[in-house]
Design a protein around this ligand. Structure first.
Ligand code: NAD
Length: 370
């Protein structure tokens, strides 16, 4: 049943809700409620109208039940004109990077979704929080542990929520593995193999510039392997050992090309992970302590249709719109005053692991304790 809540009064209610926040793991929006009425949906402003924002998130917002696109933030007037028309966003709701802070006075914006190059995530998250808006920030949360901590502090100080765009927390195949681990049916996971990489094109793109990306394949897609190892074990790693390989020192002068690393977990489980900008790979395998059951996903992390198996059971849920599920769950949790597993603290945990991986490489593959 829809809650009797409108955008105008929700911030006050949310403030109350935040004080009583509880962590609800892997919550689906329908677990909370079936969907808000049109006038009760939370409004989202997309910041940075690049390929993910306009190729995935904006179209997904046409399918969401609990939120809708109400504002755009872009530095490119031609995009403002094009997408303003396409998504029926009035000029008064289109901002650039200079006048962005004025979004504080826009009651139609409840959530600011930061979809900029990685090194800009911290600044725009903090500015959004200071404008009194809830924040969703794309992965990786930021380019350093210090920035992640500043983002969490700013959101807490302004009593707004912070979520990271970890869409796989709402994806049924990955969640089937989480549920299997939690069930304990085959004992604990003993070994995880997680790989995610692709061949990167244009040598001039921001992903290859350290100042904008903060790192290479590790920051971009290696983070999915860290996430997968953490959620499939339901444990936090205690140490990492990493090796870096570079076949093109010109193209990858500024960032990492291929990193292979191991993570040790308190139960004794080990994860062996690979990330790269030099070839395509995308898989998750989890071997459990008892029986011959193994969980496999390949592809495991993209949004073109994740497939796999849990022992003999096929994992195939079609291809639900992950971005719509993610944004609906985040909007629902804001209204309900709950905290999801995609909070800023989750992004911070990954940032600490990434820093440890880079430290291991810098120290000639030393074992770095977390
Ligand atoms: P993109 O290059 O397509 O878009 C980046 C946007 O930022 C562009 O609109 C660009 O104009 C704008 N921008 C503003 N200042 C810029 C600057 N100084 N340099 C370069 N661009 C600038 O990138 P993208 O693929 O949309 O990635 C954006 C963010 O989304 C990244 O943090 C990325 O990790 C994340 N992402 C997440 C997923 C996911 O599945 N969750 C998928 C893709 C990207």
């Amino acid at each position: 049943m829809p809650l009797p809540l409108t955008r105008r009064n929700f911030l006050g209610k949310t403030t109350k809700g935040l004080c009583a926040a509880v962590t609800l793991p892997f919550l689906s929006p329908s677990d909370l409620f079936g969907g808000l009425n049109k006038e009760e949906k939370l409004g989202i402003a997309l910041v940075g109208l690049g390929s993910y924002a306009m190729g995935q998130l904006a179209p997904a917002l046409k399918e969401t039940k609990n939120c809708e696109l109400t504002a755009l933030v872009t530095g490119t007037p031609a995009k403002a004109e094009r997408y303003g028309k396409e998504y029926n966003i009035p000029d008064s709701h289109i901002y650039n990077y200079e006048n962005f802070d004025g979004i504080a006075n826009n009651p139609d914006v409840d959530i600011v979704y930061v979809v900029l190059p990685n090194s800009m995530h911290a600044e725009y998250t903090i500015r959004a929080a200071n404008a009194g808006k809830h924040v969703i920030c794309e992965k990786p949360m930021a380019v350093s542990v210090e920035e992640c901590e500043q983002m969490i502090t700013a959101c807490k100080a302004n009593n707004v929520t912070l979520n990271i765009g970890y869409r796989l927390h709402f994806e049924p195949c990955n969640q089937a593995i989480v549920a299997h681990t939690k069930s304990g049916k085959n004992g604990k996971p003993k070994y995880i193999n997680a790989e995610f990489g692709f061949t990167i094109g244009d040598p001039n793109q921001w992903r290859l510039k350290h100042a904008l990306a903060g790192g290479g394949a590790m920051m971009d897609v290696g983070i999915y392997c860290i996430q997968a190892a953490r959620y499939s074990t339901q444990e936090e790693p205690v140490a990492v050992i990493a090796q870096e390989y570079k076949t093109d020192p010109v193209k990858f002068a500024d960032v990492d090309e291929t990193i292979i690393w191991q993570m040790e977990f308190p139960s004794g489980a080990v994860a062996n992970c690979t990330t790269t900008y030099n070839f395509r790979t995308e898989r998750l395998q989890v071997s459990y302590e008892q029986g011959s059951l193994r969980a496999n996903l390949s592809p495991a992390y993209g949004y073109g249709g994740i497939r796999g198996n849990l022992g003999r059971e096929a994992l195939n849920f079609g291809n639900p719109n992950q971005q719509a599920l993610q944004m609906d769950a985040m909007a629902a949790s804001i209204v309900a005053g709950t905290t999801l597993t995609t909070s800023g603290e989750e992004g911070l945990r990954d940032a600490k692991i990434i820093e440890a991986i880079y430290k291991s490489i810098a120290q000639n593959s030393a074992r770095i304790e977390l």
